[in-house]
Design a protein around this ligand. Structure first.
Ligand code: BF8
Length: 655
């Protein structure tokens, strides 16, 4: 279970705005977390509400060993066992996460096709190189065809992946061969993305799949349909359409809001609208309009994963993470918060009613009582973005005197796509992961960890992320990040090369030689697919085994809260990665289900789950796992030999 919190956050801006909210009498997530306690039965997955004979609660008895007779009685009205109920609940969460990422991907694929067909002239193919590479990967003819013709074929091929009824998802072929064989052996190579989600919902309906192991294998298949399907399609198409990220410097935290400008926050996940708002915010006509209302200009900032998208591609500053969305409004300085889908708290409307902030919903799938709905249209993107910005500007004169913007903003570097890491390590003409693999083999880098996921009001905001990541880099583990986890470390100053001072000697020396931070920001949650590609590239470069499960690598989501995080964890485990979650664990109501995820999956998939809310303990488990993999590869001795004499330093600097 989650720790008992002493403080709500370690972030000063957050603490200051929680105090202001209290003074202003505003209720928000941090206060609701105190009054609305987590349900102790739901938290362990022991409640079934899948039919009207229930809800049936089958909690694990606490503090005593259960007799077989007692265990038999622990069943729903239909006879469903605690194992079935817990596994069904787990699978449903995975399906919801896969659906969220998949539906995001489908919308991007639709926008991509409109652009390719010339039906939304504002969007053009930005990354030709990646377009051609993807065409080659998919076996699409290049010849002397135009980019738009090639893009149309790519868009049509990939959009079919959602509704595919037979065969396997095309991107599974990107995985190491051994990994593909494991998926086929287990019968979990996903077919269409939608098909796996629908089947998961069918199998968890009352009276269908009643074998917890069978349910959990479908969990693997549905999650893989996200990681190697929905999410990967999204990342690829967004990069081609909006540009593949490369390193960019920016700033993060509520202090990026400006006292004398129209502050517009773009919040949510899908980048089409944000891309257009970023362009339109510079339109001289609109800037003049803002000035006519008494503002000095228009200040755009991001929130949640949309923030990561426009940070990675444009260097637009980040106002904050998931738990800071209401706090941005509490500053009193936000004219409009423009939202689309996912991770948007319903509490926003209530908080906004205490200030002048306009909440603008833009997506027909996600409306909110108390918000203004202004639909964003891909076909008319510029005009849609202008209408939204004008509404924000019109709201500037309504700003009251009750404004306090915390003076906290931290510099960070983002933009580490797979392509960038490849290029930074290997150089333009010999782009490769070879130097990374070599430095892992010689022990300067002990291993690689993905630390991703949300922030969660049940634990001390940012603390778990920052503590875990500092422990990992101190132990020479290179950290890759996405989502709100990256924001926590960004605020703590870990996403700049100077953070090498927190790293162990080996990792610090590599960071200094290559000029990278010890913690790399790879993008939004959807971009965890970049980590799958990076892991595969490491396998393919050689010397670190022949499967992702051989790599000295581990994953974590220590402050997770969303179903999407569980789906991501499950696709990493099913791809061979040891993955550890904090806060709480949703299958503790069944020992059998938990044992399957924490132990048996390793025998079947090469990866397994773990649960450890203490960030230092969790980091130690990850490091132990990394060391075990080093030993299996026969490279454990190298670390012991690492002595940093001048010759080794010179060799390193010539990388
Ligand atoms: O997809 S990390 S709180 S913002 S779910 Fe949401 Fe979690 Fe943040 Fe983005 Ni990801």
């Amino acid at each position: 279970m989650a720790e008992e919190k002493e403080t709500k956050s370690i972030d000063q801006a957050t603490i200051e705005m929680i105090e202001k909210a209290d003074q202003d009498g505003v209720r928000m997530v941090f206060s609701r977390a105190e009054t609305t306690k987590a349900c102790p039965i739901g938290v362990e997955g022991s409640c079934c509400s899948n039919c009207a004979m229930g809800p049936c609660r089958v909690p694990l008895p606490k503090g005593k060993e259960e007799t077989p007779e007692e265990k038999k009685k622990r069943a729903g009205v239909c006879g469903a066992t605690a194992e079935t109920i817990t596994a069904r609940n787990f699978l449903r969460k995975i399906a919801a996460g896969a659906a969220a990422h998949g539906d995001h991907g489908r919308r991007v694929a639709e926008a991509f096709l409109l652009a390719a067909n010339g039906e939304s002239p504002e969007f053009q193919i930005k990354d030709e190189q990646k377009l051609l590479q993807l065409a080659l990967d998919l076996g699409i003819d290049i010849g002397d065809r135009s980019n738009n013709e090639i893009a149309t074929d790519i868009g049509e091929t990939l959009i079919k992946e959602f509704g595919k009824q037979k065969g396997e998802l095309l991107f599974l072929k990107r995985a190491p061969l051994k990994r593909q064989e494991i998926w086929r052996e287990q019968g979990v190579a996903p077919r269409g993305i939608d098909r796996e989600v629908v089947e998961a919902m069918h199998r968890t309906h009352m009276g269908v799949d009643q074998d917890y192991q069978n349910l959990l294998h479908q969990g693997a298949r549905t999650a893989l349909a996200d990681g190697w399907g929905g999410s990967m399609i999204t990342t690829e198409l967004q990069d081609i359409l909006f540009g593949t990220p490369s390193p960019v410097f920016s700033q993060i935290n509520l202090g990026v809001l400006k006292p004398d400008e129209v502050n517009v926050i773009i919040h949510g996940h899908e980048p089409q609208l944000a891309e257009m708002v970023a362009v339109v915010a510079q339109d001289p006509e609109l800037v003049a309009y803002a000035k006519s209302k008494g503002a000095k200009g228009i200040n755009l900032a991001g929130m949640c994963c949309t923030a990561n998208e426009i940070l990675m591609r444009h260097g637009i500053p980040v106002a904050g993470d998931f738990l800071q969305q209401e706090l941005a409004i509490v500053t009193g300085a936000v004219e409009a918060m423009v939202v689309d889908v996912q991770c948007i708290m319903q509490g926003l409307a209530d908080v906004a009613s205490c200030f002048h902030t306009k909440i603008i919903t833009t997506d027909p799938r996600a409306k909110m009582e108390g918000a203004t709905h202004m639909e964003f249209n891909d076909r008319n993107a510029t005009e849609s973005a202008k209408v939204i910005l004008r509404a924000a500007i019109d709201n500037f004169p309504n700003r009251s005197q009750n404004v306090r913007i915390p003076d906290n903003r931290t510099g960070l570097i983002a933009g580490f796509s797979h392509e960038t890491i490849n290029y930074l390590l290997g150089g333009m003409f010999r782009a490769s992961y070879r130097p990374l693999n070599d430095n892992i083999i010689n022990g300067r880098i002990r291993g690689v960890a993905g630390v991703v996921g949300c922030s969660n009001a049940r634990v001390t905001h940012d603390d778990i992320h920052v503590t875990m990541v500092k422990e990992l880099i101190k132990s020479d583990v290179l950290v890759l990040q996405t989502g709100c986890a990256a924001m926590a470390c960004g605020k703590a100053g870990l996403l700049v090369p100077e953070a090498a001072k927190y790293a162990g000697e080996g990792l610090a020396s590599v960071c200094e030689a290559v000029g990278i931070p010890p913690v790399l920001h790879l993008g939004a949650c959807i971009d965890n697919s970049r980590i799958l590609i990076a892991a595969t590239a490491m396998v393919k470069d050689g010397g670190l085994g022949d499967d992702i499960s051989d790599l000295p690598a581990a994953g974590a989501a220590p402050e997770w809260m969303s179903e999407k995080a569980l789906t991501i964890g499950q696709y990493f485990v099913s791809s061979g990665v040891f993955t550890i979650f904090g806060v709480n664990w949703p299958t503790l109501g069944s020992k059998e289900v938990t044992d399957f995820l924490f132990k048996d999956m390793e025998k079947l998939y090469g990866g397994k789950w773990a649960f450890e809310p203490d960030p230092i303990q969790a980091a130690k488990l990850m490091i132990e796992h990394i060391d075990m993999k080093r030993k299996a590869l026969g490279i454990n001795k190298a670390r012991e030999r690492v002595l940093y004499d001048m010759e080794m330093r010179r060799e390193l600097e010539s990388v």
